[in-house]
Design a protein around this ligand. Structure first.
Ligand code: ADP
Length: 322
């Protein structure tokens, strides 16, 4: 993996508050990387440091090889930052808004014209070119904000809670847009406290809490590292007694750590082995005449992982609901 964003021991202290407590990150080129954690975890502070808007107390980070401390100008050329709060631009039309930022980046009139046309097409706001920014829906304003972050065609996008305040449809549209940007070669770093949203979108995540990264990697990697074994869900044919007997049979196995029944009557077991072991367990169950109808690993979602990780650190997992 070629890392395009690398952080080494990033720390940010605000007076008495340690907002970011020594963070190392390596984000590969072309990833959609999620920073996920409850409110106050330090996500905004991390992103603002990467965006060179906030000086780290210690540590450093490089984006496309440029140090945020020693070469912030070079970093600004390769990143587009979208803050969590959208500024108010009275009396400004959509095209004027992008034109303004194009001028800030020193683009000439012809370049700006092309950029405005391309970006409005990309974020699906071409029909709103002459509308006032304030007349746009929240979802459209977010897309315009994203277009703003793209004015200078940066390689890396840093997006702070871009989906907050959006209705479900606008969220889906945003997700599609981010996927499209990825297919155009952008690397995207996105923060959220809404777990299911990131789970669908991100190639990797870092679970953060209290200014620290508690775990990072692909969701399945994090799952494997955290677990002793696998959770298997097993459906068995038959009445109450039969299912209970099957549960007891599984519980009696040395490779099964626990066996319980969920609300729907299925058996959920904590299994200590790997896939070969799981296949052997199924074969043994069938030899013992247990009428297994279905047998599959229980899916781990990000929410569950997050709770496991934060639990271990005795963290408060509030603010994590969608
Ligand atoms: P998140 O984006 O994950 O919600 P933040 O980075 O906004 O987290 O905040 C991390 C911590 O730093 C919080 O405890 C917050 O109260 C504190 N904090 C953030 N900004 C400031 C500031 N400007 N001054 C003092 N404390 C701050």
């Amino acid at each position: 993996m070629t890392a395009i964003v690398e952080a080494h021991g990033l720390v940010k202290r605000y007076n008495g508050t340690l907002a970011v407590a020594g963070v190392d990150l390596a984000i590969g080129e072309g990833e959609i990387f999620g920073l996920v954690g409850p409110n106050g975890a330090g996500k905004t502070t991390m992103l603002r440091m990467l965006a060179t808007l906030l000086e780290p107390t210690s540590g450093d980070a490089e984006i496309a090889g440029a140090s945020i401390r020693r070469n912030p100008q070079a970093v600004r050329r390769v990143i587009g930052f979208m803050p969590d709060a959208f500024g108010v631009y009275d009396d400004m039309k959509v095209w004027e808004y992008l034109d303004f930022f194009g001028r800030c980046y020193g683009l000439g009139p012809a370049q700006r014209k092309r950029m405005i046309g391309d970006l409005l097409e990309l974020v699906d706001l071409a029909a709103k070119r002459d509308a006032y920014v304030l007349s746009l829906s929240r979802g459209m304003q977010q897309r315009l904000c994203l277009a703003h972050a793209l004015v200078h065609d940066p390689q890396v996008l840093l997006l702070d809670e871009p989906a907050s305040g959006l209705d479900p449809r606008a969220r889906v549209e945003l997700r599609e847009l981010l996927r499209e940007l990825r297919s155009l070669g952008k690397t995207i770093v996105i923060s959220s406290h809404i777990l299911p949203e990131l789970e669908e979108l991100c190639t990797s995540v870092a679970i953060v809490d209290r200014g620290r990264v508690l775990a990072s990697g692909t969701i399945s990697d994090i799952g494997q590292r955290l677990r002793v074994g696998e959770v298997l869900r097993i459906k068995v044919l038959g009445d109450e007694d039969r299912v209970e007997a099957a549960r007891a049979w599984f519980e009696g196995r040395s490779d099964v750590a626990s066996a319980s029944r969920d609300g729907s009557g299925e058996i959920e077991i904590g299994f200590r082995g790997d896939e070969t072991g799981a296949a052997a367990l199924l074969a043994a169950a069938i030899r013992s005449k247990i009428p297994v109808v279905s047998y599959s690993p229980a899916a781990t979602d990000l929410q569950e992982l997050f709770l496991q990780v934060t639990d271990r650190d005795d963290a408060v997992a509030d603010g994590t609901q969608a």
